[in-house]
Design a protein around this ligand. Structure first.
Ligand SMILES: O=C(O)CCC(=O)C(=O)O
Length: 277
């Protein structure tokens, strides 16, 4: 068990907002876990995985690095996933009986990192899809509006997902290079160029706040003048199923041996405990 505060239950009003908008801001939800998660991020940086990536370019004032799928070797991440009550938050938002851990993702913008996070939605990069999905993004530093996560209201309900691209080369993630559309995908929107067409939700955050968003919600971020460490836990609910994509997904999970329509295998993607609230 844990000596940290656990997250309060999710109200119907919040779950309705999540269903309608595809994202909600939860103030102070994990403030009690910031030091532990920050220790985990430091450990992650000191002991990077094969997936560690610097998304910036040589000469940038600060790096934009990320890494993922390390929860089982970083005790601070594992404790948070299993002992923080985050699964209750995910269950409430997704209106799901079960919550399964997909993976965690660390995204760090160092002071002066100029590199924006491109507008994208996560679902097409993943081999799992469904109506009940949620990523919970938790900043570990104060984040002003100008460098916070930005999400397009209602974009999780769009018929076509945004064309997935590599964050380093910005070319088609599955090897295609269509710029206008790609087999059911639409090009990435530019909400700043078309403010009347897209409504952007963006919240200044304190350490330990949470922004929860659907895997299909289109999101991005600007560069950051300040250190902006973020820990994101990605979970799925009852209806999520394996989907075969047209190439190696991100994360890849080599040798997973699943086929279309299966629930994610529980020995790799554990069910998270519920009932902390
Ligand atoms: O932290 C960021 O800039 C982007 C986060 C993101 O894309 C995600 O958590 O899926």
């Amino acid at each position: 068990m844990t000596d940290h505060a656990t997250a309060p239950p999710i109200s119907d009003e919040l779950a309705d907002a999540f269903a309608a908008d595809g994202a909600v801001h939860l103030e102070g939800l994990f403030a009690d876990w910031v030091d532990e998660l920050a220790a985990g991020v430091a450990r992650n940086e000191a002991e990077p995985s094969e997936f560690f990536d610097d998304n910036g370019t040589a000469g940038d004032a600060g790096r934009f690095w990320d890494d993922y799928c390390n929860w089982s070797r970083i005790p601070e991440f594992e404790r948070f996933a299993f002992d923080s009550g985050i699964a209750d938050v995910a269950a409430g938002l997704m209106r799901s009986e079960t919550v399964q851990l997909f993976h965690e993702h660390v995204l760090v913008k160092e002071p002066g990192a100029p590199r924006p996070t491109p507008w994208h939605c996560d679902a097409p990069y993943y081999f799992v899809d469904g109506l009940q999905t949620v990523s919970i993004w938790i900043p570990l530093d104060p984040v002003p509006t100008k460098s916070t996560l930005r999400l397009i209201r209602g974009s999780h309900l769009w018929d076509e997902a945004v064309h997935p691209v590599s964050w380093t080369t910005m070319t088609g993630f599955y090897g295609d290079d269509h710029t206008t559309h790609s087999g059911g995908f639409q090009p990435a929107p530019d909400p700043d160029a078309e403010p009347d067409r897209f409504e952007v939700m963006e919240w200044a955050c304190e350490p330990g706040d949470a922004v929860a968003f659907h895997y299909r919600t289109v999101h991005g971020a600007r560069g950051s003048a300040n250190l902006r460490r973020a820990f994101s836990l990605r979970m799925v609910g009852d209806d999520a199923r394996y989907v075969q994509r047209r190439g190696t997904t991100s994360p890849p999970f080599d040798g997973h041996d699943m086929v279309d329509g299966q629930r994610l295998r529980e020995d790799w993607f554990p069910m998270l405990p519920l009932g902390f609230g």
